[in-house]
Design a protein. Sequence first.
Length: 257
Amino acid sequence: MRNFQSRERGEKRESNQMVFGIRAVIEAIDSGKEIESLFVQRGLSGSLFLELKSLLKEHNVGYQQVPIEKLNRITRKNHQGVIAVISPITYQRIEDLLPMIYEKGEIPLLLMLDGVTDVRNMGAIARTAECAGIHAIIVPRKGSAEINPDAIKTSAGALYKIPVCREDALGRTARFLIESGVQMVVSTEKTTDSVYDVDYTVPTCIVLGAEDVGVSDDLIRVSDKLAKIPMFGEIKSLNVSVSAGIVIYEAIRQRHQ
């Protein structure tokens, strides 16, 4: 199981910070800061903004266009139409982490979250994943819960310890994992196979989706196995963080028999 950490001991733990103004955001990106979210005033123009847009494209940083009233509600400072939220964690790349796991002689056990947008669910899942020794959590760049102080608190600090990989396209990431010898196991109700019938002792990535829509069809199509959590009551769904705990610890049970 995972025996490395994403941060060195003693490294300062940051909380989310806001950066106001075009030049300040440019400098933050140039210095390597992780942008958790970026708000840009609708209709913003000018040479400095064009410089920022070019930098955002270069670093593949997305942003939301919002009315100036929203920016003014966030801060009364001179924001110049741009406000960035700096992430408290440093995101990693699964392409870099996976070879490290194999080199350590460990069997990868990964978790992919497709469309999980609630920060408390994110925190609870991260806490379970870290306790279980999951090697990394993979999330999409867009449509995922923000890693903010609420998520950090709910995770009991686990988000500071477990690597989180933010990827542009989960389908492409899934194909990379499959080509690297990792089986993709989707937890979904769209099957008759049970999560207890899957062999998790081989390199595995467990995929969970949002409670309302589940895992996307694109991921279901490329995955190796579909598995459902047996339900015996009248309510036919579980909170996604509970589902994560059930599947993760079935994998742990098998690996520690």
